[in-house]
Design a protein around this ligand. Structure first.
Ligand SMILES: NC(=O)C1=CN([C@@H]2O[C@H](COP(=O)(O)OP(=O)(O)OC[C@H]3O[C@@H](n4cnc5c(N)ncnc54)[C@H](O)[C@@H]3O)[C@@H](O)[C@H]2O)C=CC1
Ligand SMILES: O=C([O-])CC(=O)C(=O)O
Length: 324
């Protein structure tokens, strides 16, 4: 019996994400939680003739029932950006929302794989980790910051420039999930790029979220592409846990779950030995993180990106880890 709970299920990401999860034969129970509208979303999705049962839960009184005994909890709850805002500007509102959802998960689904989408991811993942530590149920292998949209974008943008099918373009994107903390490692693709192409692609991958925020003009940020990316990530976590399939995805994790080689590679790339969270290529397994790959060879150009990423990430992590 695989139970998946989506927290923020009535939102811009939550609805299409739930639709994609409803299509998976891996899911037996799709539990939809939000502070508004989930009865309607659940009734609607429940008519789709796939295996899973769908339940809707609305408001804090129903959070326990929604989340209880979940195998995986996906969190796209909270406010999105408007033009002119950074992801860090969302901390004020989203930190408390994520903390409260994490508290319910720590109490009622302590073994769940936690997939955190709510921004700022660089800080919300440490918030969830601290809540789980406080409840003595922390396993760093089970808590993930979802950075898959950066990988999806990188694949699409590079394939546009190189005239390739995106399915053949897999870019490793590591670091964090905001502007300069997003580090695409284009040098590992085995493609040649002009300096102009490198600058433009790197910038587009780092600031792809801003393109959508600007185009939506006050109506929010990426929702459909994020639902696609979030479903890909969550279903890969399930594939690995339920079916034992070996899948590798870049995801933002506590480095306590990473191999010594991977941790060392973060130190070398960033020049900072104090970073405690970083997105890395992670092999997923029955307990979440099975192994982590080191960053690998990087160019001088990327070395500068890593230094800038490390400096910004450090503050984001500290802010999340000290939030009560
Ligand atoms: N990790 C990533 O790559 C990405 C992250 N995001 C982030 O995802 C979050 C959600 O974005 P959207 O779906 O566009 O926003 P939205 O405003 O459309 O939906 C958010 C939903 O969360 C719900 N919510 C608010 N407080 C809640 C609580 N305490 N418990 C449960 N649900 C609650 C709202 O009622 C709403 O339905 C934002 O923080 C956004 O920045 C967005 C795109 C990509
Ligand atoms: O840009 C935003 O605020 C939403 C997000 O994280 C993304 O699209 O990558």
């Amino acid at each position: 019996m695989v139970k998946v709970t989506v927290c923020g299920a009535a939102g811009g990401i939550g609805q299409p994400l739930s639709l994609l999860l409803k299509q998976s034969p891996l899911v037996d129970h799709l539990s939809l939680y939000d502070i508004v509208n989930t009865p309607g979303v659940a009734a609607d999705l429940s008519h789709i003739n796939t295996k899973s049962k769908v339940t809707g839960h609305v408001g804090a009184d129903q959070l326990e029932e929604a989340i209880k005994d979940s195998d995986i909890v996906v969190i796209p709850a909270g406010v999105p950006r408007k033009p002119g805002m950074t992801r860090d500007d969302l901390f004020k509102i989203n930190a408390g929302i994520v903390r409260d959802l994490a508290t319910a998960a720590a109490k009622f689904a302590p073994k769940a794989f936690m997939c955190i989408i709510s921004n700022p991811v660089n800080s919300t993942v440490p918030i969830v980790a601290e809540v789980f530590k406080k409840h003595n149920v922390y396993d760093p292998r089970r808590i993930f910051g979802v950075t898959t949209l950066d990988i999806v974008r990188a694949s699409r943008f590079v394939s546009e420039v190189k005239g390739k099918d995106p399915k053949d373009v897999n870019v490793t994107v590591v670091g964090g999930h905001s502007g300069n903390t997003i580090v695409p490692i284009l040098s590992q693709l085995g493609e040649s790029f002009t300096q102009e192409e490198l600058d433009a692609l790197t910038h587009r991958i780092q600031f792809g979220g801003d393109e959508v925020v600007k185009a939506k003009d006050g109506a929010g940020s990426a929702t459909l592409s994020m639902a696609f990316a979030g479903a890909r990530f969550a279903l890969n976590v399930l594939e690995a846990a339920v079916k034992g399939t070996s899948v590798t995805e870049c995801t933002y994790i506590d480095l306590a779950a990473a191999s010594p080689e991977a941790v060392q590679s973060v130190k070398e790339a960033t020049g900072d030995d104090s970073l405690t969270y970083f997105s890395l290529p992670v092999e997923l397994g029955p307990d979440g993180v099975k192994s982590t790959l080191p960053i690998g060879a990087i160019s001088d150009y990327e070395k500068k990106l890593f230094a800038a990423a490390g400096a910004e990430l450090k503050g984001n992590i500290a802010k999340g880890a000290s939030f009560q």
